[in-house]
Design a protein around this ligand. Structure first.
Ligand SMILES: [Zn+2]
Length: 215
């Protein structure tokens, strides 16, 4: 997919009127206003943010930084370098691979993130469930996408999807003992689409490195 870079920036600016565009640094900056209702909770707030937007942002993800006052330290979804941990990279990369643009990404990841921050300040709990960090977080994403219930099953599914072509008669990598065609056929065919391949290969190699190191 090729994004429509300046058009996408313009779309964000016309919907988030307190953000400005710094074309030299390829950065959106200013105030983001939250006025949203989820789970019967209406939250109104605002945050000072900076979003760096690479020209090929659908492959090299945009990154959000918020000033320290905005996000409490105990809200542990901020990386050490100050970048907000919105979701796993693969999650966001698949979202762009599906044809969504920068404005869609703001709606899907950035707004809910700040909603969660305010919710957390109020209730000391996360509105959308707590996500794990590191490889567990990455595998949780695949557990959800592949409809399996353990990290190992998610890893084996990922391995199959990346390394093999579809063969219905072999036993399913989820470990059910059934043949693929009677088990995860549709899931495997769906996630073997070329547009996801590069994203999954990178996660697969990083995850297998860690598994080898732990053996
Ligand atoms: Zn299966």
């Amino acid at each position: 997919m090729k994004n429509n870079y300046l058009g996408d920036i313009q779309l964000v600016l016309s919907n988030f009127t307190k953000l400005s565009w710094d074309n030299y640094n390829k950065r959106l900056h200013g105030t983001i206003e939250i006025n949203h209702i989820y789970l019967d909770e209406h939250i109104i707030s605002s945050f000072e943010i900076e979003i760096t937007v690479p020209i090929n942002y659908e492959e090299v993800l945009p990154r959000v930084i918020c000033n320290a006052k905005g996000v409490p330290l105990r809200f542990n979804h901020v990386y050490k370098n100050g970048v907000l941990c919105l979701a796993t990279d693969a999650d966001q990369l698949c979202f762009f691979a599906d044809g969504n643009n920068l404005f869609d990404w703001m709606q899907e990841y950035v707004i809910p993130y700040f909603f969660a921050v305010e919710y957390y300040k109020k209730y000391s709990t996360y509105p959308f469930g707590e996500r794990q960090h590191g490889n567990k977080g990455i595998l949780s994403f695949y557990m959800e996408k592949f409809s399996v219930n353990t990290y190992d099953k998610a890893f084996n599914m990922l391995k199959y999807i990346v390394m093999n072509s579809y063969r219905g008669h072999i036993s399913c990598p989820c470990g059910s003992g059934k043949r693929i065609r009677q088990c995860h056929k549709n899931t495997i065919i769906y996630w073997q689409q070329e547009k996801y391949r590069k994203i999954f290969i990178e996660d697969y190699y990083n995850l297998s490195k860690e598994r080898k190191a732990n053996e």
